[in-house]
Design a binder for this molecule. Sequence first.
Ligand code: SF4
Length: 170
Amino acid sequence: MLFLVFVLLLLAIVFFWQSGRQRRAAGLPGGRVIYTDTHAWGVVEKPLFSSELGLTGKPDYLVEQNGRLIPVEVKTGRVPDAPYDSHIFQLAAYCLLVEKTYGKRPPYGIIHYPNRDFAVDYTPQLESALLDQLAEMRRDENRTNVPRSHDEAARCRRCGFKKVCDQSLV
Ligand code: SF4
């Protein structure tokens, strides 16, 4: 279980660090604004899990639409003009887990910001970029020294590892 928690933690960090680079390389879908009926959203009781990928995670909601399951991730705070790359990758991970768990591939997922919803297509390109991230993450698991990938003090200020990180800018 500790391993899985570690995997998720790494996933979040790696996605945060590398999302900009990956998005440029992979041409990630930016997401389109949609209207959703939140009453139809069903809370996910248990985390989804793939032993094959060593990955677990729990979307905030799953919506059933014509036999398809659509994961929904709820975000608070500032509402962006387009979904953040890190949020797109997180949603893609949920799409992948939904497909592995239920055997149904979601055509898209939803990112719900306080007053705006985006549908993000779960394309083969997005899946491929996600799998690349996971593979890179596994390679990094064995490294003891991963260099800082940015020069943004504000990012370090918000980081939960700043007290133990020897590369922190704050
Ligand atoms: S403190 Fe800064 S450099 Fe260290 S892990 Fe956090 S964001 Fe990265």
